[in-house]
Design a protein around this ligand. Structure first.
Ligand SMILES: [Zn+2]
Length: 461
């Protein structure tokens, strides 16, 4: 099985709570990956010992951190080290790892090899992170990535004073219906590459630009080709052809459309907002989705106060997204629930609206996630580092809280426990930053800090 040891990590965000720190930061740390999973997390100083023990007696993955402090007395030591001057060379029999220990962060020139690499024992790749920070791969729990067309003109108009209205979605619906499967698939593949390049290793994709049985099923099927986290959002907006017959449209959503999309979907979502769907319609749509085996999530309280948050909590939704306009009852309902408040600051950035108050939610005990809401109308960015920067700059979150919300928080919003955390047994999804600390994600906004991205143990970037 392929193995990779990443060592000399200056700052490792594990998201395994440690000493009251929910992000469980380790300094001068190392991570061992086997196949698609993390098998060991510990101190760089212990990495060589661990690797030797593994080579001497291959073992099954240990539980979280359980062997970090174990004595090395059972180690079968082999003194021959790999010659660092031959990086990437195949190991010869009897060779084992020689792991560098050098805790200082070493900036490098972009375009040169970011980290040194060598072969350790038993074919283990050893990556010297050179003091860089490592965070879990970002989990973007809210995107709308299957669509045709572009609305740059609408953005330009809005930036000159035209307010955003949900009706703009209908333009994208027309362009999406006109696009072929191949066109949509190619566009989606481009977005997936864009996400990976920015450190996002888990992402959700919604339907919602088809709004007919045929087109919604098409979008769900295309989305399922790139992620298991597909959300049926037939209740995005009432399409133009049903504007005088909205009850008929809701009947269609909970009937034929849901039946066609459920096989490709994990989630059901509804845009509960003035101009979109009422509370009663939203409850009916979520209940129908749940009856078809889907899990509920909600778009709510984006454009003004409303029922979205409370109905999401009542429905046991994994997440209610936007949460820009909340009253005290909304906050109390969230705090007393398992429903995550997913904040989407790219929307407020792109629509020039007030940002949600993350500080108020966190202080009330609400679990907060950050996501991009990447879509062509109100937030055409897929950058989780930008969400982190906005959350810190505009929403009262600390860098630590924002990084947690963009990783473990996103995983909670998708009810996933295999991602968003760097710990033995979890998926080997992690990001090396070209920075000594994750604080740089907010401190250096707009700067490409993503150095290496691993998803399922495979280097994507
Ligand atoms: Zn959305």
């Amino acid at each position: 099985m392929t193995a990779t040891l990443i060592t000399n990590i200056g700052e490792l965000t594990t998201n395994v709570e440690r000493g009251g720190d929910p992000t469980g930061v380790l300094r001068d740390a190392a991570v061992l990956i086997e196949g698609s999973r993390i098998v060991w997390v510990g101190a760089s100083a212990d990495a060589e010992t661990h690797l030797l023990r593994r080579d001497a007696a291959p073992q099954t993955p240990s539980r979280e951190g359980s062997d970090v402090s174990r004595s090395g007395s059972d180690v079968h030591r082999v003194d021959a080290g790999v010659n660092p001057s031959t990086p990437g060379g195949n190991p010869t029999p009897g060779e084992t790892a020689s792991v560098h220990r050098d805790s200082g962060y070493r900036p490098h020139s972009r375009g040169t090899d970011a980290v040194s690499r060598e072969k350790g024992g038993a074919g283990t790749d050893v990556i010297d992170a050179g003091g860089r920070a490592v965070v879990p791969g970002f989990v973007d729990s809210h995107t709308h990535l299957v669509f045709g067309g572009d609305r740059a003109d609408e953005f330009e108009a809005r930036m000159t004073g035209t307010p955003y209205a949900a009706g703009g979605i209908r333009r994208t619906v027309a362009a999406t219906r006109a696009a072929s499967d191949e066109e949509l698939r190619a566009r989606l593949a481009g977005f997936v590459a864009e996400l990976h390049g920015q450190g996002t290793t888990t992402f959700e994709v919604k339907t919602g630009y088809g709004l007919s049985v045929h087109d919604e099923a098409r979008l769900a099927r295309l989305a399922a080709e790139v992620t298991p986290e597909v959300t049926f959002l037939g209740a995005h907006v009432v399409p133009a052809e049903y504007s005088e017959r909205r009850d008929e449209y809701v009947d269609l959503v909970v009937g034929d459309m849901l039946r066609a999309c459920a096989p490709h979907s994990r989630w059901v979502d509804v845009f509960c907002e003035r101009g979109a769907f009422t509370a009663d319609e939203s409850r009916r749509i979520l209940a129908a989705g749940v009856a078809h085996g889907l899990l509920p999530r909600v778009h709510g309280n984006q454009l003004g106060p409303g029922d979205g948050v409370r109905l999401a909590v009542a429905a046991g939704a994994a997440s209610v997204d936007h949460c820009t306009y909340l009253d005290d009852d909304d906050v109390a309902a969230l705090a007393g629930s398992d429903t995550v408040a997913t904040l989407l600051p790219g929307v407020e950035f792109s629509t020039r609206q007030p940002y949600p108050d993350a500080r108020r939610l966190i202080d009330a005990g609400v679990t907060v996630a950050l996501a991009s809401d990447c879509n062509p109308g109100s937030s055409f960015t897929s950058s989780m580092p930008l969400m982190i920067a906005l959350a810190v700059r505009e929403m009262g979150m600390t860098p630590s809280e924002a990084v947690w919300a963009a990783t473990a928080g996103g995983a909670r919003a998708l009810r996933r426990d295999d991602v968003g955390v760097i710990a033995p047994g979890r998926r080997a999804d992690l990001v090396l930053l070209d920075a000594p600390t994750r604080v740089h994600l907010a401190y250096r906004p707009g700067v490409p800090l993503i150095d290496r991205v691993f998803k399922d143990g495979v280097a994507l970037v």
